[in-house]
Write a protein that binds this ligand. Structure first.
Ligand code: ADP
Ligand code: MG
Length: 690
């Protein structure tokens, strides 16, 4: 029987029942599945090293080619392990190859064989160089024949890499020939996709390792990325089309008078990214479908002004807008900033848990009667008794744990409000989907001009004296500083002893300076007063917990000193670092960490110090902690794209989305379902309607 992509993997040459079981554990059940199991790196084995030169390549991979001049199996007298040793010789010299507990090799490698060997030369205790457990292949032809580029796959069970490669290659040889392309020809043309067969062949057996290829930008990679993005977008559209979506009743319009008004409010020119995002949001507001949009932008990228413009659009059309922030400090900051920008043209109010009864009554009445046009508040806004006259837009700032339940609560306030969730945490699209369902994504991928990048340094506590002197000089030059202690404010029971002790120490050290402390258990009023004084330059050093982690904007602060930095997650450190470097001042983030050199904590912090890119930090954090912890929730079964990265490839995602919309519009739902079924290999119509 001929092998096709649907053949159970067990029947592929070299597999069999036992291996089929381990393959199944990795999701590899049919021969076709192997085609989509991609290598994670490659080794260029085309250029052999002269054996005489391997001393210069100790501890790095080399390719050797030569003739076996001796081969024997024996038991090591010292360690009592079975050894198989062979000596490989080329025109320049000879080297010993050693394998442990693989004496079956005696039947495979014999004196006189010609081999290609790939391994890592190691210096032995006695000072000579040998190669342990190398990869090898029998090699025919003359010694200077070209080798190949070898794909390296992640390990599947106990299947030796070479056998696994053979299985993949057999699968390619057997089924590529008549593999159908599931992407419709028009879509392939629009997206400029290369042939699927060429793409799969190219990724498993590349002819060259170009820079483009290694950056996943080769035509082969683009084909895979776009196919997966398109599939995802199409599935999303189908789900939407088959779900009943409530239409909005209000009509929102953006006219020239409003544009003029917005221009009058802006204290600076929007960046190109901000403009693009404002347009995306304005389009959503004007459509008759409820908006559900995630706005991602690194710390300091300027999300607040975008939110404000969105709110102005809703308000100008006679409706109300609400801005939810995670902390009272942030509510206060937004309130002050927005009041300053809008003057008295809009009625703005605050809502926090610490309002007095009288304040609360006024607020509730004002919202119900529509007198208050914009309200800025904490989660207190989600309470049931908060009712609006006409809530058109709810904006959620810096809160990635905002989920379906909160959304329902907002909808319960009537009028199907448009929802905009803003976050500095770059949540991969696939993750965002499982968290938020059917949301749209906007990305601000550009910082406002004139920022000097923050310099990050890792120091031990023995260097604190010098760091303090440095802070002293910074304050002399008119700047301000933060000192953060590792108290993570989530529970009421947080022990503030460390913070209080730290505060005393800083006060002692900086006797001439104005030092203040802020933490989550102070009253809202105290917090507000302290932040106001810090912003106003009346405080030189602010000693704090992570309560200032998100959103705080004091452009004059130039030093962020973090004690016991290894106790924070990388994304959290990135947020803290984002509190400085917000103005024209050159800024520093100093991480204090005591642990022996080379420990994991130090490496992690060094790595953090070496990058300023929030996307990279988040990815690294995801790798280290896993998605559940990264988001503070337990999630599983998260889909992943093979090469596509929603953070870097959002332009590709946009293209895929447009193509999916086009297909829905021109061919209609049944045809779209047919295409999706082909792409996913499952019956889409049935699943969508269940
Ligand atoms: P985040 O995205 O972290 O919430 P903010 O909205 O707080 O960032 O903006 C950070 C700082 O950058 C603020 O001081 C803000 O006034 C300023 N800012 C925002 N957009 C621009 C711009 N286009 N040009 C100059 N400064 C800007
Ligand atoms: Mg912000």
């Amino acid at each position: 029987m001929p092998v096709t992509r649907d053949t159970p993997i067990q029947f592929l040459k070299g597999v069999g029942e036992t291996r089929a079981k381990s393959l199944a554990e990795h999701g590899l059940e049919t021969v076709g599945d192997l085609l989509w199991f991609f290598p994670y790196r490659y080794e260029d084995r085309r250029h052999p090293t002269r054996i005489a030169d391997i001393g210069r390549h100790v501890n790095e991979g080399v390719l050797l080619r030569g003739k076996v001049i001796s081969a024997r199996a024996h038991i090591s007298p010292v360690k009592h392990v079975k050894l198989f040793e062979a000596v490989l010789q080329d025109a320049s010299g000879a080297v010993k190859l050693v394998w442990f507990n693989q004496n079956f090799l005696a039947r495979q490698i014999e004196r006189g064989d010609h081999l290609s060997v790939f391994g890592v030369p190691k210096a032995t205790i006695s000072g000579h160089v040998q190669i342990e457990s190398p990869d090898w292949e029998e090699f025919e032809g003359s010694e200077d024949d070209a080798g190949s580029i070898v794909p390296i796959y992640s390990k599947v069970g106990t299947i030796p890499p070479k056998q696994f490669r053979r299985m993949v290659f057999t699968a390619l040889d057997e089924c590529l020939g008549d593999l159908p392309d599931p992407m419709p020809a028009e879509v392939r043309a629009v997206l400029g996709l290369t042939d699927l067969r060429l793409a799969l062949e190219g990724i498993h057996r590349p002819a060259e390792l170009t820079g483009e290829f290694l950056r996943y930008r080769s035509p082969a990679h683009l084909r895979i990325i776009l196919q997966e993005f398109f599939t995802f977008q199409l599935a999303l559209r189908i789900r939407r089309a088959t779900q009943e979506v409530k239409k909005k009743e209000r009509r929102i319009r953006v006219d020239d008078a409003l544009r003029e008004q917005v221009r009058g409010v802006l204290p600076f020119r929007l960046t190109a990214a901000q403009k693009r995002v404002v347009k995306e949001i304005a389009d959503d507001l004007q459509s008759d479908r409820p908006m559900y949009r995630l706005l991602q932008g690194d710390v300091g990228s300027g999300k607040t002004i975008v939110a404000l413009i969105a709110a102005m659009i809703a308000i100008d059309n006679g409706h109300q807008a609400a801005l939810l922030a995670p902390t009272e400090i942030l509510v206060e900051q937004h309130y002050q900033r927005i009041r300053q920008l809008l003057d008295d043209s809009v009625v703005v109010a605050r809502a926090t848990g610490s309002m007095t009864a009288a304040e609360r009554r006024t607020l509730l009445a004002g919202l119900r009667e529509g007198v208050i046009q914009l309200v800025i508040g904490t989660h207190a806004l989600l309470e049931e008794r908060v009712q609006f006259q006409s809530l058109a837009l709810a904006i959620v700032d810096e809160q990635h744990r905002f989920g379906v339940e909160q959304r329902q609560r907002l909808f319960a306030k009537g009028g199907t409000p448009d929802i905009l969730v803003m976050t500095a945490t770059p949540i991969p699209r696939s993750l965002a989907m499982t968290l938020y369902g059917d949301l749209e994504l906007s990305v601000i991928d550009e910082l406002p001009p004139g920022r000097t990048p923050v310099r990050t340094e890792v120091r031990t506590s023995t260097a604190l004296g010098r760091v303090y002197s440095f802070i002293e000089r910074e304050i002399d030059s008119g700047a301000q500083a933060y000192v953060i202690f590792p108290i993570i404010e989530e529970s009421e029971k947080t022990n503030l002893k460390d913070l209080t002790a730290g505060f005393k120490e800083i006060q002692e050290r900086f006797k001439r300076r104005r030092v203040a402390m802020i933490h989550g258990r102070m009253s809202a009023d105290e917090k507000e007063q302290t932040m106001k004084r810090f912003k106003g330059g009346e405080i030189d050093i602010l000693v704090s917990t992570t309560v200032i982690e998100v959103g705080i904007d004091v452009p004059n602060a130039s030093v962020m000193l973090i004690i016991d930095a290894d106790r924070f997650g990388l994304s959290q450190l990135h947020q803290l670092r984002g509190r400085v470097g917000r103005g024209e001042r050159k800024s520093w983030c100093v991480l204090i960490h005591d642990e022996s050199e080379g420990s994991e904590g130090t490496d992690r912090l060094r790595l953090f110090a070496g990058t300023r890119d929030g996307f990279e930090v988040a990815e690294r954090d995801l790798e280290l902690r896993g998605p559940g912890e990264f988001l503070g929730t337990r999630q599983s079964g998260i889909p992943r794209f093979h090469f596509g990265n929603i953070l870097r490839d959002h332009d590709l995602m946009d293209g895929a989305r447009d193509a999916a919309i086009e297909v829905m519009e021109t061919s209609g739902l049944p045809h779209a379902e047919e295409i999706a079924s082909k792409l996913l290999g499952i019956e889409v119509a049935a699943t969508a309607r269940d």
